[in-house]
Structures are given as C-alpha cells and as structure tokens.
Design a protein around this ligand. Structure first.
Ligand SMILES: [Fe+2]
Length: 265
C-alpha cells in the first residue's frame, strides 16, 4: 500500500494532504479517513478533478446529502454551486461560524468544497475552528454543565441572512423554518467535541435564565485563535471537513468566486 504524505497545520487545526486525487488508491482512502477523524479538516492543494471525479472521490465517504435551501447543479445533482459575483453586495454565503445544516434532524456528516473560480489567493479564505481542541480547553465546570444539554438549532438562526442572495438566485421554494435539537457535546471515536453552531443555535433545552449567557460564552470560546485556521483557496483546491468536529466560516471578499459543494449524509 502506498502511504500518503501529509502535514498538520502549525496549531493542529486541520491537515494538508499531498497526493494527486486523480490517482488515489483504496488503501490511501483509509488513511485519509483516519486523518479526517483526527484533524477534522483536510486540505488537498493543486488538484484538478473533473466534476465526475470529484463526485466519485466524495462517494468514498458516504451517500451525498440533499441541501434543502438551494437547487443543485443542473448537470450534477450531488453538487451545489456556491457562487458570488463581483457585483454582489451584502454578506458572503456562510459568513459567520457555523456547521452545515445543523438545523436538520440528521445533519450532513461531511462537507466537500472545491474551488472552481476564486479571486487572488488570500481573498475569500475559509476559517476553520477545531472543536476537539475547543472542548479540551473548556473550564471543568462548563464541561460538566453542558455534558447532557441539548441545543435548539434553527434554519432561521443568525446565519440565515447570508443565504438570501443565493436563494434569490436559485433557491428552492417553500423553505419555512426547520428546527432540531442536538447534544451540545458529541463524541467521535471516543473524543469529545462541542457541537454548537453559532449561526443556528437559538436556545438550550431546559435551561431557563442562563441560555443566552451560555450560548454567548460557548460562541466566543469556540472560535479562539488557538483552535482556528484560515485556509487560502487556489483554483482546484478541495477542502473536506467533519461537520461534527469543526466550525467554519466564509470571510468577506469582493470578486468572482465559484465553489462546488458536496455534503455527505
Ligand atoms: Fe457552511
């Protein structure tokens, strides 16, 4: 089995994988899955996968999920196009820390993003926040407090405003509020992670007076610099992350940008 080369980011928030995905072997996929579990987000630089190859690679990780808010690519139903034009005003899609579609009862486990067209490097970065590290760094009493709490996640949380532009473009119709409850602490292969999407969480079950205070505390803790990494896109790059152990956020930019997103159930 040929090993893959990889290198974690300085602060261990994510990992770069140096392999040509056009030639990836089955054994290497297993290694990639292990690294994904360990680091939460993987970056594949200098790739040139066609849409078919991209879909094929993503199928190693599970079944593609349907995104309820947008219509898929007209030729590839598993791909959702996230596009921003130079002339667009308002916030970038997904600006503000969140985890994808966490208001669903079964949120997608993984998200892939492929850069099709991007502004110059360093513009339009995506920020990632490692929630394994964020959990480890929580004060003991907060760990205890949130151990069995559930958050209320809503599609109308504060990130909803960033999708208005995309929905006006090619949104689906009839998207009323979708709400779900999830444990604020989740476990992946025995490692605990904070699962609280600041863009979607609107309350905490059975916690009356302290809801807002706790949500605010967690939201600012989750995105501390020690747990964060800013990924700079170049055309062809692919990022793959676990929605249960990472938060991510788009950053503000101007320019033309087109990304292909695939989420996995
Ligand atoms: Fe997102």
């Amino acid at each position: 089995m040929s090993k893959i080369e990889f290198e974690p980011t300085n602060n261990k928030v994510g990992c770069f994988i140096y392999t040509n995905l056009q030639e990836v072997k089955e054994g290497q996929i297993l290694e990639i899955k292990k690294l994904l579990n360990k680091y939460g987000v993987l970056f594949f630089k200098n790739q040139s996968l066609s849409p078919e190859q991209y879909i094929n690679f993503s199928s190693n990780f599970g079944i593609p999920a349907k995104y309820p808010m947008l219509k898929p690519h007209s030729d590839f139903k598993d791909i959702y196009v996230i596009e921003r034009k130079e002339t667009d005003t308002g916030k970038s899609f997904g600006e503000g820390p969140h985890t994808d579609s966490s208001y669903l009862e079964n949120p997608p486990r993984f998200t892939f993003l492929q850069a099709i067209d991007v502004p110059e490097e360093g513009k339009g970065n995506t920020l990632f926040y490692n929630q394994f590290l964020a959990y480890e760094a929580l004060p003991k009493e907060i760990k205890k407090k949130i151990e069995n709490l559930k958050g209320v996640f809503s599609s109308q949380g504060k990130i909803a405003q960033t999708r208005e532009l995309r929905m006006a473009d090619h949104g689906t119709s009839g998207t009323s509020e979708i709400k779900s409850e999830h444990n604020l602490v989740q476990s992946i292969n025995g490692r605990k992670t904070i699962y609280c999407s600041p863009g979607h969480v609107v309350g905490i079950v059975d916690l009356n007076n302290e809801q807002e205070e706790l949500i605010n505390f967690l939201s600012s803790h989750q995105i501390k610099e020690n747990f964060s990494y800013s990924f700079s896109w170049k055309k062809g790059d692919i990022a793959l992350w676990s929605n249960r152990s990472m938060l991510h956020a788009a950053t503000a930019f101007s320019g033309n940008r087109k990304m292909y997103r695939i989420t996995i159930q």
